[in-house]
Design a protein around this ligand. Structure first.
Ligand SMILES: CC(C)(COP(=O)(O)OP(=O)(O)OC[C@H]1O[C@@H](n2cnc3c(N)ncnc32)[C@H](O)[C@@H]1OP(=O)(O)O)[C@@H](O)C(=O)NCCC(=O)NCCS
Length: 193
């Protein structure tokens, strides 16, 4: 995955996933607490993380996906993931993200998502970054709010999750808004991986 850089923030290093991450992805993203507010499978099947990581390459090479393993700077342990699904035609990207349950509440998601939004605007040249979250998941909405993403609407019973139709909130930020509102550097360093 040569064409995706490493992003350094104050406390995190966002790098491409490698197959060596597979067992941790299965363990951390396979946590019920993470699966319950995403569309990740639960239980997380053996072998799926390897397939998912391998499948990223094609999307990254085609410029349709940016996927970052979120790791702690210094010790390097994997604590989450942030993914940007890119639609070049509309110059927009849809974010998805998760953080391992033991690491919640420390601002890691906000720090990682801010970095990927900045990457989307300044490196990929996107016009808009947006994301959806279950309306019953205020923590995710709060992360997006802290990242300057405005609440744009609620899609009623938009997703069927485990047999239940669920409301979903949409948040987004436009390039110019991001530039006007940003307070400090979201990325300390962006280097080739
Ligand atoms: C949502 C998630 C990414 C947040 O990660 P995190 O690292 O804990 O996020 P942060 O610490 O950066 O910020 C969380 C914010 O939500 C707030 N929050 C947490 N639970 C909340 C709740 N029940 N109601 C309202 N706000 C809540 C926190 O107080 C914090 O805001 P603050 O800084 O103003 O106090 C994490 O809980 C997660 O991975 N959940 C499962 C997967 C998921 O839902 N992903 C998002 C899918 S769109």
């Amino acid at each position: 995955m040569e064409n995706q850089p490493i992003l350094a923030t104050d406390r995190l290093l966002l790098r491409p996933f490698t197959l060596a991450d597979a067992s941790m992805v299965q363990r951390l993203a396979g946590d019920y607490a993470v699966a319950a507010t995403t569309l990740l499978p639960y239980p997380y099947p053996d072998g799926l993380a390897e397939i998912w990581i391998a499948s990223l390459r094609e999307g990254i090479d085609r410029g349709e996906i940016a996927a970052f393993a979120v790791t702690l700077a210094g010790e390097g342990g994997l604590i989450g993931g942030v993914r940007l699904q890119i639609d070049r035609g509309h110059a927009r990207g849809e974010l998805g993200f998760w953080v391992a349950r033991p690491c919640w509440g420390r601002g890691y998601a906000t720090e990682a998502v801010r970095a990927v939004i900045e990457y989307g605007f300044s490196v990929l040249g996107l016009h808009r970054v947006y994301a959806m979250h279950f309306s019953r998941n205020p923590a995710s909405g709060r992360v997006m709010e802290k990242c300057g993403m405005l609440h744009e609407g609620r899609l009623r019973e938009h997703i069927r999750r485990w047999g239940v139709f669920e409301d979903v909130d949409v948040r987004g930020v436009l390039h110019d808004e991001w530039r006007e509102r940003r307070t400090g550097p979201a990325i300390r360093e962006c280097r080739v991986s």
